[in-house]
Design a protein around this ligand. Structure first.
Ligand SMILES: [Zn+2]
Length: 306
């Protein structure tokens, strides 16, 4: 009898999910990861007699972003750190697993260096896709929406950056792994993980216009939230769901070593609307993913009894 009731409950749940893939009390769990912290200050720059630390800017953006994301329906936001403490990379990715987060968004600010040929603007780092290509595509689609929203409030859109392991670390299929721990762990753990570089702390215009005041940092956070909302189709109370920005062409830089030689540049258009558009970049793939991830996590919760 008990089994029959459980079976009926399952059928009911499945029917409900097929009608409303993001309803049935299902929440999107987003792990925000403010980069650096504690003795690891991240990028630094001297401005007006003070040292500016990237770690502080990242935390401020993360707090504004959490607040903004929580104004959307059906979202739960977790953070890998909420104060100025050092958190190891392993501890950060362990927290994603513990929180059963659907996505990890690591928040950073940049400084000029050897790996990119630009010294200002915003970049999103994603998996290179040589292993679990579909997951990499989702990361790039999410990144495209964030980049478009960020550049609409100021920072120049420098596109998507991907980087392969420089120590010979490989994935199970033998391909070189992703360079960044957070992205690699996401690929291995089957969840989307991206790194957002908002602006350059050591670039005069970027710092003064986009990073110097709380108001400016909040504008970046609100832009991040809009990009995330567009990708997941989130909505605020009483409003309709955000739609993805369509036909967005992004530059993709693939870095294969730290001195920039051998970097490959390509372009990809996401959310194509032309009739011959492939579904990879289109909206149908997005909805399909939504249904499957909802089914998967509802099933997990059902079995877990909560
Ligand atoms: Zn950083």
């Amino acid at each position: 009898m008990k089994q029959r009731i459980i079976y009926m409950q399952m059928c009911f749940l499945l029917c409900l999910m097929l009608i409303h893939p993001v309803s049935a009390g299902q929440k999107l769990v987003i792990e925000l990861d403010p980069g650096h912290g504690g003795y690891d200050g991240g990028a630094t720059a001297e401005w007006f007699g003070d040292t500016v630390y990237e770690k502080k800017l990242n935390l401020a953006i993360a707090k504004y972003l959490k607040e903004e994301l929580e104004s959307y329906e059906g979202v739960e936001v977790k953070m890998t750190r909420t104060d100025d403490t050092y958190v190891s990379l392993d501890a950060r990715t362990d927290k994603v697993e513990k929180d059963e987060a659907d996505v990890m968004i690591s928040l950073h600010n940049n400084a000029s260096g050897a790996i990119s040929d630009y010294d200002n603007g915003c970049t999103v780092l994603t998996s290179h896709g040589r292993y679990k290509e579909k997951l990499a595509q989702e990361g790039m689609k999410l990144g495209s929406q964030i980049l478009e929203e960020l550049s609409s409030v100021g920072p120049e859109n420098q596109g998507i950056l991907q980087r392969t392991s420089e120590t010979g670390t490989t994935y199970k299929n033998g391909e070189l792994a992703d360079y960044y721990h957070i992205i690699k762990k996401g690929v291995e753990g089957d969840y989307t993980a991206i790194i957002v570089e908002h602006a350059f702390v050591d670039h005069g215009v970027d710092y003064k216009q986009y990073l110097r005041t709380d108001g400016a940092l909040k504008r970046l956070a609100v832009a991040d939230a809009k990009g995330i909302a567009r990708y997941y189709g989130l909505h605020k109370k009483g409003e309709s769901a955000m739609e993805p920005l369509v036909n967005v062409k992004e530059k993709i830089t693939l870095v294969s070593n730290s001195n920039r030689t051998g970097s490959q540049i390509s372009y990809e258009t996401f959310y194509k609307t032309e009739s011959d558009a492939d579904t990879e970049g289109g909206y149908s793939g997005e909805q399909e993913k939504g249904i499957f991830s909802t089914l998967k996590s509802l099933w997990k919760r059902f079995l877990g009894g909560n």
